[in-house]
Ligand binder design. Structure first.
Ligand code: UT7
Length: 315
């Protein structure tokens, strides 16, 4: 398969670090050097499904195919207002597609996992055109009195349309269960029979543990991916890393010993939009005309679980 079109949508509300310091004990002086984030797009009156539909339509237009030509939709999402139906089915109706659709929740690594699932569909031979859309609203998961988490995130939707080709050169995926490091819990409806104690817990994060996992997992995923393809880091043109923290990006860059120009970033004015980070960044690079045909591009992300993954593709 190959990526033939991309699209993305951000919420209109921009929240700067200075705006956060109006109600939180924080500051731009703390947030920017520690994370690389200066502002983020935050959902106000938008609905996540509408953003996902718009991002999908942009990706379809970029690929030059109609929604009716899609054979599958994979939506990567951690949280949205619906428990059911699945977001992919809402998107299917919104864009006017009729194909099967499925949601996956692989936290911030969701776009890479969705690509790997799509690749297996292509190898099975039953799809021609696939839409992957990552739609995330992590700002609805955090406690906005918790300065350790809410300053990191932004919302958004990113999409990619896949068509036949042999541009995907390989994946390297990993998972290491560490469910106490990054999690959110929500209560379900009570029943007359529930006797266990239950409570809503907003997003909890052991930041330094996540930081260490992120660096280790992404460095190892990329190293394995390059080795499996008999490539050196210097052979790769661009490496698009999950936009969680500029310091994480820099540490991985130093490990790979590659120049900054190979690592496009948008964290400064986007923050971390979970699995939407990769396709939004991909779309921004695509629309700027950054990639030339034949460029070797690595996408790499990590997230709660922990899960992580990297993909090598030829543009
Ligand atoms: O998609 C995956 C999601 N998550 C990540 O990738 C996060 C990975 N981790 C990180 O990015 C970093 O660990 C953080 C940015 C979350 C935190 O940076 P840190 O350098 O690890 O800081 P820390 O947690 O060690 O906190 C240092 C100090 C603490 O104060 P004390 O205990 O030293 O007095 C915190 O209370 O900074 C304080 N602090 C803040 N101060 C002002 C934490 N958050 C803030 C804040 N503003 N927003």
């Amino acid at each position: 398969m190959k990526i033939s079109g991309t699209g993305s949508v951000l919420p209109k509300k921009i929240v700067t670090n200075d705006m956060l310091s109006e109600f939180l004990d924080t500051s731009d002086e703390w947030i920017y050097p520690r994370t690389g984030v200066r502002s983020r797009h935050v959902i106000s009156d938008e609905r996540l499904e509408d953003m996902a539909i718009e991002a999908s339509k942009k990706a379809l237009a970029d690929a030059g195919i109609n929604a009716s030509d899609l054979d599958y939709i994979i939506c990567s999402n951690v949280v949205n207002e619906y428990i059911t139906p699945q977001l992919s089915c809402i998107i299917q109706g919104g864009i006017g597609a009729t194909c099967p659709c499925i949601d996956i929740n692989c936290a911030c690594a969701g776009f890479i996992y969705a690509l790997q699932i799509a690749e297996s569909f292509y190898r099975s031979g039953f799809v021609k055109n696939v839409l992957i859309v990552s739609a995330e609203e992590p700002t609805r998961m955090t406690d906005w009195t918790d300065r350790r988490t809410c300053v990191l995130f932004g919302d958004g939707a990113g999409a990619a349309v896949l068509t036949p080709g042999d541009n995907i050169k390989g994946f390297s995926m990993s998972a290491a269960s560490a469910t106490d490091k990054l999690y959110q819990i929500r209560t379900l409806q009570p029943t007359p029979y529930i006797t266990k104690e239950e409570k809503d817990v907003p997003l909890q994060m052991k930041g330094q543990d996540v930081f260490k996992f992120a660096v280790k997992a992404s460095s190892s995923d990329i190293t394995k991916l390059l080795k499996n393809n008999s490539l050196e880091a210097s052979d790769v043109d661009y490496i698009l890393l999950h936009q969680a923290n500029k310091r994480i990006i820099n540490t991985i860059r130093e490990f790979l010993d590659q120049p900054m120009e190979k690592f496009p970033v948008n964290i400064e004015d986007h923050g971390n939009s979970s699995s939407s980070c990769c396709p939004i960044l991909l779309d921004e690079c695509n629309r700027k005309g950054l990639f030339k045909e034949g460029d070797k591009v690595v996408l790499c992300a990590f997230g709660a679980g922990f899960v992580s993954g990297a993909v090598l593709l030829e543009w």
